[in-house]
Design a protein around this ligand. Structure first.
Ligand code: AMO
Length: 449
């Protein structure tokens, strides 16, 4: 029976069989220390030639990092001087009795612990670099964010849906769509599950989706990907966008608690500071923010339809200092700049009941109340120069009874990056795609077949 690294803590004096990767090898004269890594963690193995049979002794000489081995040995308590309280298995070690090689590895092209590896090299070797503690931690944390999202919404009466990724019309407008040429009809890759989550409000009232979103972004930035993971939800029977904002922050609190409970050692690797999340997260309208920026910095962008990245950063710092919050909502973006499904404010229809959520100075969410009245939605399409005929299918949901509703889309990679204060979103994206890269850097033309 196999024992996992962390289970050795409870097996002092017992014989165990471990399987894992050699995380590190240290030679101390004839004695070899191997840090063995498996899915649960790392445990130290001591290889003393006199304790091993001949075949195992030979193998002990050759094993290097990333070789996969099976080790039979005895768990011992470490001597007082050898104990490492920082490590979950730091009080024990396994004295090897037999060593088998399950898979060899070529010499590594880089040192996984090297902090100076540039981003392109890191990404070129992702199948290997993702094995480093730091990056395993990022994606373990990311998996728990998704679990926290799902768990919370399941307790709140939401149903998970799978939205299609091949779609006929651009939900978010704009030019950043990838065309799909294979089908008889004109088709694109979905920018978001927007239409389908709204349609499903008519079916389940409350729905959520975790899925890939595609954007043909024209620029390579530290925030933009061509493919990202959207955490989306949509809910019916709301009063206005504030219901959605409140739910989002309750969900965020649940996720933060869930991370503390499940991945505290991974968070520690990144020197994680739990975000400041007050009982009521502050919110300001776009124009209020622009007015404030003008007063405090002299920059007058009062007629602009959105905030610049530098203004978002400024506002993030302001929210932290003044409201003791790492989060701030900006509401009421102009109707002319938000997608056609966005609900205008009755008091001033030039602005919408929409919001962005900024987290540590970067937008991680867009959301809001939506048009739920069929005629108003058709009118909104027309006002934006869109032909309602192109949206006939989507419109059926509104023709046949749609309650007041709203929702949001949250970028998983951006949330992960901000939580761990990682500057470039690509380090928080499992396999990032951008203009220059799909897995490997795209070769210059002369190298193409
Ligand atoms: P929006 O287009 O603002 O809204 O996207 C929602 C969130 O998704 C993330 N995001 C991205 N992450 C990485 N790279 C990109 N290119 C990228 N584009 C977007 C961001 C952003 O806040 N349907 C609406 C949401 C809604 O109203 O429900 C939408 O897609 O974190």
């Amino acid at each position: 029976m196999r024992t996992l690294s962390v289970e050795t803590n409870n097996k002092i004096g017992q014989e165990v069989t471990l399987k894992g990767w050699v995380n590190a090898r240290r030679n101390m004269g004839k004695i070899v220390f191997l840090d063995l890594r498996d899915r649960a963690g790392i445990v130290q193995v001591v290889g003393v030639p006199a304790e091993l049979d001949e075949a195992s002794q030979e193998k002990l000489k050759t094993v290097r990092p990333e070789w996969v081995v099976e080790i039979r040995g005895v768990v011992n308590a470490r001597g007082a001087k050898q104990q490492n309280p920082e490590m979950p298995t730091g009080m024990v070690e396994v004295l090897a009795k037999e060593l088998k090689v399950l898979a060899e590895a070529e010499p590594l092209p880089l040192d996984l612990e090297d902090e100076k590896i540039g981003m392109d090299v890191h990404l070129d070797y992702l199948p290997l670099t993702l094995r480093a503690d730091k990056y395993r931690a990022v994606f373990k944390i990311q998996a728990e964010i998704v679990r926290g999202f799902r768990d919370y919404l399941n307790t709140q009466g939401f149903t998970e849906i799978q939205a299609p990724k091949i779609v006929a019309a651009a939900a978010e407008g704009g030019a950043d769509v990838f065309e799909v040429s294979y089908l008889k009809n004109k088709a694109t890759l979905a920018q978001s599950p927007q239409f389908y989550k709204q349609i499903m409000v008519g079916v389940f009232e409350r729905v959520f989706a975790v899925g890939n979103c595609f954007r043909a972004e024209q620029h390579a930035t530290t925030r933009h990907l061509n493919e990202f993971t959207g955490l989306d939800l949509e809910m019916g029977m709301i009063t206005d966008h504030h219901d959605v904002m409140d739910l989002e922050m309750a969900m965020m609190r649940h996720i933060l608690n869930h991370l503390d409970a499940t991945v505290s050692s991974e968070l520690k690797i990144w020197k994680y500071a739990r975000p400041l999340l007050p009982e009521k997260v502050p919110f300001m309208t776009l124009r209020e923010v622009q007015q404030l920026i003008k007063e405090k910095t002299g920059v007058d962008h009062i007629s602009e339809p959105d905030l610049e990245p530098s203004e978002e950063k400024w506002l993030g710092e302001y929210a932290k200092t003044i409201f003791n919050s790492d989060f701030i909502f900006v509401t009421h973006y102009p109707t002319s700049k938000r997608p056609m499904y966005t609900y205008p404010d009755e008091k001033n229809p030039e602005f919408t009941k929409s919001f962005d959520l900024l987290f540590r100075g970067i937008e991680i969410t867009s959301g809001g109340q939506r048009h739920n009245d069929y005629n108003a939605l058709v009118k909104s399409m027309e006002n934006k120069g869109l032909n309602p005929e192109d949206f006939k299918f989507y419109l059926e949901a509104f023709k046949y009874g749609m309650p007041p509703e709203g929702g949001f889309g949250l970028g998983l990679e951006r949330l992960t990056a901000r939580l761990l204060e990682i500057d470039n979103v690509k380090y928080a994206t499992l396999f990032p795609r951008d203009l220059n890269r799909i897995d490997l850097q795209i070769s210059p033309p002369e190298y193409k077949q």
